[in-house]
Design a protein around this ligand. Structure first.
Ligand code: PLP
Length: 471
């Protein structure tokens, strides 16, 4: 593709995306295809000769689109809605155009320095402790996802707990333990598996009436492990747990972790970004006591996947756990010690220039625009929760401080599941479920940049109508 051909097809692709935004509401939210239907419409053999890009765009419409669930649809209330925006897409496109591999400073100084700078900006916007900024021993980096953040937190924690021995010797079964609440995302258990600790190393903390981890239980579990000769390596607290939005008492959990020399990590994948609003500054309470913190602009801050922002208060354990310097990566800048090489801050070596899209988002919206985005969703969720609370057929199952409302039908699990299926099958809205105290619960996650009051009202009307006389 020559530059001129690229210009022509590029314009067509951008037009396609712009048109997609204008017609988004005309699609059913949830794809209606059956398993295998999309593959059956694709040729069995790859093309022998090149094809025009127009044909790719045509097949996108005809073959691919029926199999798309519209994550940006204003009535997408499942999981956590996708947070793409124009400036993020354009920033990402520019990064693709540059094709930079920013694995070490020397391979593209701007890729590293912009990322460091944007993460410092973002730390300021969220009111994070100054220890997380790059001008001291700490600093921030963009990870693919909160799951990667959890994994590197486990690895840094093991490095510290073992005095640097786990990198050479591996992890002996039954030597280290990790603690987190039953509400915490499954990515923490997966991180334990990937790190070689195994799921058995994970201790689940019991929760209180608001689904937050109980610090007394953490203390009991740690003391029992220490008595049995097991080293507490890591405590993971959640702010904004996936199922219920639970907020753990970070300050108390981190203090107990540190009494026992364990690393404290906070997973704020979804909710953490809300701290851009001063009224949600309480979300960052206690972070000055923790070792690492992650939040995903791709979950609720207008930035397309993937973009997890991850900070450490002291990067030495992270770099100690992950740094291996083969001859072919040696260079004067690295040896001077004056630069950051982000390859030492995550699992993979190569890395895309993702800071460009976050930079574009922060500059386009400014702090005011970001706050407006969060506040709009929180207000809509509060309105939705008030309708649920006022209808005696329904019951709220968790506090709803932000934009996630967890609820069910008092008539029970079967009725709640049937209601969800009815609404989802209609294509008008898409909600997913969780389990709260063993009960089947619906989650209304409001977060699409496209969602307006009328969409939330329509979803409520569909739920209320579908609930019939359930009591
Ligand atoms: N943590 C929380 C609280 C989440 O809600 C999620 C996903 O929904 C994750 C972690 C995993 O996120 P990611 O897809 O960025 O790995």
């Amino acid at each position: 593709m020559t530059p001129e051909e690229f210009r022509r097809h590029g314009h067509a692709a951008i037009d396609w995306i712009a048109d997609y935004y204008s017609r988004l509401e005309s699609f059913p939210v949830l794809s209606q295809v059956k398993p295998g239907e999309i593959r059956a419409a694709l040729p069995a053999e790859p093309p022998e000769r090149g094809e025009p890009f127009e044909d790719v765009l045509r097949d996108l419409d005809e073959v691919i689109m029926p199999g798309i669930t519209h994550w940006q649809h204003p009535s997408f209330f499942a999981f956590f809605p996708s947070n793409t925006s124009g400036p993020a897409i354009l920033g990402d496109l520019l990064a693709s155009g540059l094709g930079v591999q920013g694995m070490i400073w020397a391979t593209s100084p701007a890729a590293t320095e912009l990322e460091t700078h944007v993460l410092d900006w973002f730390a300021r916007l969220l009111g994070l402790p100054t220890a997380f900024r790059s001008d001291g021993p700490g600093g921030g980096v963009i990870q693919h996802s909160a799951s990667d953040a959890a994994l590197v937190a486990v690895l840094a924690a093991l490095h510290r707990a073992s005095g640097g021995r786990t990198e050479r010797e591996g992890v002996a079964a039954g030597r280290f333990a990790v603690y987190t609440s039953a509400q915490t995302h499954s990515s923490v258990e997966k991180a334990c598996r990937v790190a070689g600790l195994g799921s058995d190393a994970l201790r689940k903390l019991s929760t209180d009436a608001e689904h937050a981890a109980r610090p007394e239980h953490l203390r009991e579990l740690i003391e029992a492990d220490v008595a049995a000769g097991i080293t507490p390596a890591l405590v993971v607290a959640s702010i904004g747990a996936t199922g219920t939005g639970a907020i753990d008492p970070v300050r108390e959990l981190a203090a107990i972790a540190h009494e026992h020399g364990a690393w404290a990590h906070v997973d704020g994948a979804w909710a953490g970004v809300a701290a851009v609003c001063p009224e949600f500054a309480w979300l960052t309470d206690g972070l000055e006591l923790v070792d690492s913190f992650a939040t995903n602009p791709h979950k609720w801050l207008l930035t397309n996947f993937d973009c997890d922002t991850f900070w450490v208060a002291d990067r030495s354990a992270l770099v100690g756990a992950l740094s291996i310097l083969p001859e072919y990566l040696r260079n004067a800048a690295t040896e001077s010690g004056a630069v950051i090489d982000y390859r030492d801050w995550h699992v993979q070596l190569g890395r895309r220039f993702r800071a460009l899209k976050l930079w574009a988002v922060l500059r386009w919206y400014g702090a005011e625009g970001l706050r407006e985005h969060i506040r709009g969703h929180v207000a809509l969720a509060q309105q939705f929760a008030s309708w649920v609370a006022a209808d005696e057929r329904f019951e709220l199952l968790a506090p709803h401080r932000l934009a996630l409302v967890t609820f069910h039908l008092r008539a029970g699990d079967d009725a709640t599941r049937a209601l969800m299926d009815r609404v989802n099958d209609s294509g008008q809205a898409y909600l997913t479920h969780t389990s709260v105290n063993g009960q089947f619960a619906l989650r209304m996650a409001i977060g699409s940049p496209q969602t307006q009051a009328r969409h939330v009202r329509a979803a409520w009307e569909a739920l209320a109508a579908g609930a019939g006389g359930a009591a």
